[in-house]
Design a protein around this ligand. Structure first.
Ligand code: HEM
Length: 459
């Protein structure tokens, strides 16, 4: 359990964090994943926090030596030491599906980091609220209205995907969206599978799907360049135009291949997370009538203040305070991302333990979200936790924190609120399977996709 620093001049000996490394090769990956498959991803974390240390414990995940940093102090440490002591790290499967996430495109990644906040900051997003409202209206009209029952999860996936296609690349045609959505499912599965690139494996299907979508996106990018030059496309119509027209400080533009890859990453990162959040909003509102009533009241006041056909705008969103508190409570109890990895870029000490360079470090939303120390009665659904000053710093982290905090956070907030508006304005509903199991693989979702019975409001 002792770790000898090997670099010349750093001969000190430190104690590694307590914990066990599990089975040869797979380590504790199976236990880590299987608590999620059984619907309790926090169990892996809490069992080890109580057995070894509430601050940090050692394990072995995704074929790597790893340490899990726990509590708000662990989150704060990892979020605040980006590029000082730690850097982002993704499992090998992600690097293989997105080859440009390797060293070759470090420069592009930095460019992307600067570019995204400009597009996703509130002032830029404001002009897309009306478009989001229109797409959401269309989604509910085609997929929900006139149905007595629906299975929610496939619908929320179609919703967030259609919205992303429109806002990121102006793909509007439902047939075109439907053609792209199928390969996307294979990519999402491949990203967190064992990276076995053999014919017939899910991993190979994911790589093929990513290549297919990249080719489609490249064709769209080439056409867009022509349309922009001819004045047939607008420089502000979507994120694609924004990427094509934004140069770095040396006047250099992003390359087509990198733009395709980044949009692919945004489509993947954006739609599965938000669709998981939306399905849990439907679930909790079905289970908690008094919470539903609060959201309904708020949304109807906004709906009734609008002229016929008038679209939602930014001001309306700022009035949806209770609805957003409800959404935050959903994100606390069912965070779409359970956590993420970093890599130690140097040897360092944390909480009295040595962390060797190269170790993979994991922060977990659940180590605070479901911890009674930070959220009393953690299983209780209580949106008032988000009133006033809200939760203590680094305890509520569904979007991460620090320099790598989710750049799509505001976009997600808008799409979730617009979704809630259309949902409660139209329906009340009840779950068809009252005790439907939850599976976390890797996003949480109800095992049968959440079938519900819809009760449209009388006109
Ligand atoms: C409810 C919805 C969402 C949740 C819960 C969520 C959560 C997260 C989290 C926790 C991270 C940080 C991972 C880390 O620490 O390494 C992250 C990163 C990221 N998210 Fe989101 N996200 C959501 C929606 C979106 C959307 C809509 C987009 C795109 C429009 C997006 C794009 C990204 C990207 C590009 C990153 C990587 C940032 C980086 O590595 O610097 N996310 N997201």
């Amino acid at each position: 359990f002792l770790f000898k620093k090997t670099k010349p001049g750093l001969g000190e000996v430190g104690r590694l964090p307590p914990g066990k490394t599990g089975w040869p090769i797979v380590g504790e990956s199976i236990e880590f994943l299987s608590t999620g498959w059984k619907g309790h991803p926090e169990k892996f974390i809490f069992d080890r926090m109580s057995k070894y240390s509430p601050q940090v414990f050692r394990t072995s995940l995704m074929l790597e030596d790893a340490a899990v940093f726990c509590g708000s102090a662990g989150n704060k440490f990892l979020f605040s030491n980006e590029n000082k002591l730690v850097t982002a790290w993704w499992p090998a499967s992600v690097d293989k599906v997105f080859p440009s996430s390797d060293q070759r495109s470090k420069e592009e990644a930095i460019k992307m980091k600067k570019l995204l906040p400009t597009f996703f900051k509130p002032v830029a997003l404001q002009k897309y609220v009306g478009v989001m409202d229109q797409i959401t209206e269309r989604h509910f009209a085609s997929d929900w209205d006139n149905n007595k029952q629906v299975v929610v999860y496939p619908l929320t996936k179609r919703f967030t995907f259609a919205l992303a296609c429109k806002i990121f690349v102006s793909i509007d045609d439902p047939d075109e969206v439907a053609r792209l959505v199928v390969p996307f499912e294979s990519i999402a599965t491949a990203i967190l599978s064992i990276p076995l690139d053999l014919p017939g494996t899910g991993f190979r299907r994911g790589i093929n799907a990513a290549n297919f979508i990249r080719k489609e996106l490249l064709a769209i990018i080439k056409q867009r360049k022509i349309d922009l030059a001819k004045g047939k496309a607008s420089p502000t119509q979507d994120i694609l135009s924004h990427m094509l027209l934004t140069s770095d400080e040396n006047g250099k533009f992003m390359q087509e291949y990198d733009i395709a890859d980044k949009i692919l990453g945004l489509l993947i990162g954006g739609h599965d997370t938000a669709s998981s959040a939306c399905v849990f909003i439907v679930k909790y509102l079905a289970e908690l009538p008094e919470i539903y009533d609060g959201v309904y009241k708020e949304q109807m006041e906004i709906a009734e203040s609008k002229a016929p056909g008038e679209l939602l705008n930014w001001d309306d969103l700022t009035k949806m305070k209770y609805s957003w508190n409800v959404a935050c409570e959903v994100l606390r109890l069912a965070p779409p991302l359970q956590g993420a990895f970093r890599e130690a870029i140097t040897d360092f000490m944390y909480s009295g333990f040595s962390i060797p360079k190269g170790w993979k470090l994991y922060w977990s939303a659940n180590s605070t979200h479901k911890n009674p120390k930070f959220f009393p009665e953690p299983q209780k659904f209580d949106p008032s936790r988000f009133e006033g000053a809200g939760p203590a710093p680094f305890t509520f982290v569904p979007f991460g924190g620090g320099p790598r905090m989710c750049p799509g956070k505001e976009y997600a907030r808008v799409e979730i609120l617009v979704f809630m508006h259309h949902l409660v304005k139209r329906f009340k509903w009840e779950k068809i399977i009252p005790d439907e199991k939850i599976v976390v693989n890797p996003m949480p979702c109800p095992a049968k996709g959440l079938p519900i019975r819809l009760y449209p409001h009388k006109a």
